[in-house]
Design a protein around this ligand. Structure first.
Ligand SMILES: Nc1ncnc2c1ncn2[C@@H]1O[C@H](COP(=O)(O)OP(=O)(O)OP(=O)(O)O)[C@@H](O)[C@H]1O
Ligand SMILES: [Mg+2]
Length: 262
């Protein structure tokens, strides 16, 4: 399934291009269903820990982290949960673009004490969904994200919101997501169909596990139905919309290493 049925991305992505990926009533039914399935799995995946904050990351760049974060936040909010979406990609922020706003106010400024929560938070047109944009790009993102103020902020936010979805940079490129993974309740790893290398994925997963992150599952984006056999070979357990659990992945990737191709 070519999610959203859009053509290959252009060299320079405009805000309008980005907004086309935001779930709306015009989004094809099967895509909305894919995110509803992801929501169900996330709700169940988070439940055992009782935590509310979920970090979304992937091994490499441009694998669909921001798109997954925003649409997961939307479907959670549509289900009646109070949701805070945080752009913790302080190097290459993107979430503001989905809502046609700018990124200069937000997380980085709040973390250095330049802004209050009121200045840094943005109420989106989606009912129940608030957004904290990245704020100006700081020279020291990892330090800010690993600061005690960030930890306190998440704890405070958990008192008010039902879910906090945190978009981050790729694990194999910078340490930000790894640093943050220690202070959130769960981690969702995005895998891009046909482009995420298995070794890269494994490396990212190992790195997160090494710091004790609670990986609740993985989400596969960009799956085309006509080619799903390829991924079926490796990730037999996920449905045609591309969501699978970490445990299932481990189990089946082991089988595929053993030569099982189904
Ligand atoms: N579900 C999808 N199906 C097909 N293409 C997608 C999907 N989601 C995103 N894309 C395409 O992939 C590109 C990268 O998506 P996105 O910005 O969400 O990735 P990212 O992992 O957050 O990137 P970065 O590492 O730069 O933060 C988008 O510009 C879009 O063109
Ligand atoms: Mg991104």
């Amino acid at each position: 399934m070519d999610l959203f049925g859009l053509k290959k991305k252009k060299a320079l992505e405009t805000a309008q291009d980005t907004q086309e990926y935001l779930l709306s009533e015009e989004t094809p039914f099967n895509v909305r269903e894919a995110f509803n399935t992801l929501r169900t799995n996330v709700v169940f995946g988070m439940a055992p820990s009782g935590g509310k904050s979920l970090l979304v990351t992937s091994a490499n760049q441009s694998e669909g982290k921001s798109t997954t974060s925003v649409n997961l936040a939307v479907v959670l909010a549509q289900n009646g949960a109070k949701v805070l979406l945080i752009d913790a990609d302080l190097r290459k922020p993107k979430l503001h673009r989905f809502f046609n706003t700018d990124y200069t106010h937000g997380l980085s400024r709040f973390l250095i004490g330049q802004e209050t929560l009121n200045d840094a938070l943005f109420r989106t047109p989606v009912k129940n969904l608030d957004l904290m944009t990245s704020g100006i790009i700081p020279p020291n993102p990892s330090e800010l994200l690993g600061s005690s103020r960030m930890k306190l902020f998440l704890e405070k936010a958990e008192e008010y919101y039902d879910y906090i979805i945190v978009d981050t940079p790729p694990v194999n490129v910078v340490t930000d997501a790894t640093v943050l993974s220690k202070i959130v309740s769960g981690v969702l790893i995005v895998v891009h169909y046909g482009s995420t290398d298995r070794d890269d994925f494994q490396k990212a997963k190992n790195q997160l596990q090494m710091v004790g992150a609670n990986i609740i599952g993985f989400s596969v984006v960009g799956v085309r139905s006509e080619h799903k056999g390829y991924y079926k070979k490796y990730y037999k357990s996920y449905d045609s919309y591309g969501y699978g659990y970490g445990d299932s992945y481990r189990k089946h990737s082991k089988q595929s290493e053993e030569g099982e191709t189904e």
